[in-house]
Design a binder for this molecule. Structure first.
Ligand SMILES: [Zn+2]
Length: 213
């Protein structure tokens, strides 16, 4: 286990590139190669703080899916926000990978990519903070912002919570001209390779929401 306290924009892109290579290898049927490709980032766990001064930490929010879902009511809408924004964070411009796809990679490689649905400190690989997007209100829901596509934007979980956090370096803005689909084109291959046996309904539902149509 390697404890990770901080990451920056270069790390976000490095993680995205690693996972893209891993997903590509899985889709090609090379699980052993995929596991080797994961080696440089295998077993990392996040032990940093992302929201030291906010009234509620992101981990708390993520640990209470019911509360989160009440605000951003439906998963289909969240998926549409990510698709519209090209699976990029609108704050830093960096690549994002939907949490369900990161979970699928965890299901295939649990030791290499630790995951805990309550985001317990030291139990989750930093990619879940660095790459997973949230659909966040542009005008806060509490100030009357609507729960619709126009008022929602894609933000990394980390970018969504780091405003008041001195421990996380600002993530630089990336141009992001190369095409990127959040690894959604590999999702069915990850499901077939074994993730679908671990969480059949979860992955079936999310792959449906994330497929372009
Ligand atoms: Zn970001």
């Amino acid at each position: 286990m390697t404890e990770i306290l901080t990451f920056n924009g270069d790390d976000v892109e490095r993680y995205a590139s690693h996972l893209q290579d891993v997903a590509r290898a899985v889709a090609a049927g090379h699980l052993g190669t995929a596991q080797q490709l994961l080696a440089p980032i295998a077993g990392e766990v996040w032990v940093g703080k992302l929201s030291a001064n906010t009234r509620q930490s992101a981990a708390d929010v993520l640990a209470k899916p019911a509360a989160r879902i009440r605000r951003i009511s439906d998963d289909r809408l969240r998926a549409q926000v990510f698709i519209r924004d090209g699976f990029r964070c609108t704050s830093c411009g960096g690549r994002a990978i939907p949490r369900s796809i990161l979970v699928a990679l965890h299901d295939l490689f649990p030791a290499e990519l630790p995951y805990d649905r309550h985001y317990g400190r030291g139990k989750v690989h930093p990619v879940f903070w660095a790459l997973a997007p949230e659909a966040d209100h542009i005008l806060a829901h509490s100030r009357g912002g609507a729960n619709d596509l126009e008022n929602l934007t894609t933000l990394h979980a980390s970018c969504n919570t780091q405003k008041s956090d001195a421990e996380v370096a600002p993530i630089p803005r990336y141009g992001g001209l190369e095409s990127w689909d959040g690894l959604t084109s590999y999702y069915s291959a990850l499901i077939v390779a074994g993730a679908g046996q671990v969480r059949p309904r979860y992955h079936r539902d999310w792959s449906r929401r994330l497929s372009p149509s």
